[in-house]
Design a protein around this ligand. Structure first.
Ligand SMILES: C[S@@+](CC[C@H](N)C(=O)[O-])C[C@H]1O[C@@H](n2cnc3c(N)ncnc32)[C@H](O)[C@@H]1O
Length: 306
């Protein structure tokens, strides 16, 4: 009995120590040079957490889009850390497939709300968009994104024009014409609800049409409930083999909504797949299509358009 109590006390003590020192130990990993230096040490390099390893995408383009920046380091006077998701880059193969689901892209402006270091914007430059824009709350990340995109622009001068703005996604002015809005789970429920109201008002003034690509749609229920949007696409997409080990999972989920003011178009098959929250505030997955799905034992279910 005494040994059990001691064991519990030790477990609680080591958890407290981990909670206290983990942020201190991981802080140097915010710096690219530190991460790259550690990667060169054989044993240590192979054991860096997935997000901190240099992604093959960066080796391909010579950019710096890997790593993590915590919400505490992004926070501003007006946006609390609780509403901000940390910076981590999305998986390029998944963005490519999500963009491909739009069909021809040459009439679209691509806008990344919460563009971080610009990884999704760089992937978008592989497609013939009319323009590519990104907005980012953190000045440090916006600066890195500009540097990355300038490098890509120098190597591929024929790619679409790009612009990165430092600012808040909610007040970012959307362009006129057809828009592909990209979100890689950038913020919490309050900001996404606010953004949805802004988009509804924007569309009611005759703007758009707007396609909203939500990668890891943790607050997708807000868009399902909006009268201005309807489902266009929903799928679980596996990481490309070369990306395995460079993110915490092996597949991610993407849902695309389109504004109802667009042309009447038939959605992709199974676009109505319900969203399940498997890690509160962190991860969304998709159940089977409505009508044929069996609900998972755990998780919170959200049906489209309810
Ligand atoms: C998960 S990262 C996504 C990065 C990028 N879109 C990608 O796909 O690689 C989320 C980003 O959203 C940014 N962010 C969070 N709230 C924001 C806001 N209100 N306005 C602009 N950017 C925001 C964070 O600073 C972070 O860089």
């Amino acid at each position: 009995m005494r040994a059990e109590v001691l064991d519990q006390k030790f477990q609680a003590f080591s958890q407290r120590m981990k909670d206290r020192f983990k942020p201190l130990l991981s802080a140097p990993l915010h710096y690219t040079s530190v991460r790259r230096g550690l990667e060169m040490i054989p044993y240590l390099g192979a054991r860096l957490p997935a997000w901190h390893r240099t992604h093959p995408f960066d080796r391909q383009y010579g950019t710096d889009t890997s790593g993590v920046l915590s919400a505490q380091r992004i926070v501003t006077d007006k946006t609390p850390a609780s509403e901000i998701c940390p910076y981590t880059g999305s998986q390029p193969s998944i963005i490519r497939r999500a963009i491909a689901a739009l069909g021809e892209t040459d009439k679209f402006h691509f806008v990344d709300l919460g563009c971080g270091k610009g990884r999704a914007m760089i992937v978008a430059t592989e497609f013939p968009f009319r323009s590519i824009r990104g907005v980012e709350l953190s000045s440090r990340l916006a600066r890195i994104a500009r540097r990355n995109l300038a490098r890509v622009g120098r190597c591929f001068p024929a790619r679409p024009p790009v612009a990165v703005v430092e600012g808040n996604a909610i007040t970012f002015p959307l362009p006129e014409g057809k828009i592909a809005l990209f979100l890689y789970h950038p913020f919490g429920l309050e900001l996404l609800s606010h953004l949805t109201i802004e988009m509804e008002s924007f569309l009611s003034r005759g703007n758009g049409p707007l396609y909203l690509i939500y990668y890891n749609p943790v607050h997708g229920d807000v868009l399902d409930a909006s009268p201005a949007f309807t489902r266009w696409y929903a799928d679980t997409l596996p990481y490309d083999d070369s990306e395995l080990g460079f993110g915490p999972d092996t597949e991610d989920n993407v849902v695309i909504w389109r504004s109802i003011n667009g042309e009447a178009a038939t959605p992709h098959p199974h676009a109505d797949r319900p969203i399940i929250i498997t890690k509160p505030k962190l991860r969304a997955e998709l159940a089977e299509s409505c009508g044929t799905h069996t609900l998972p034992a755990q998780g919170q279910l959200m049906s489209p358009n309810n």
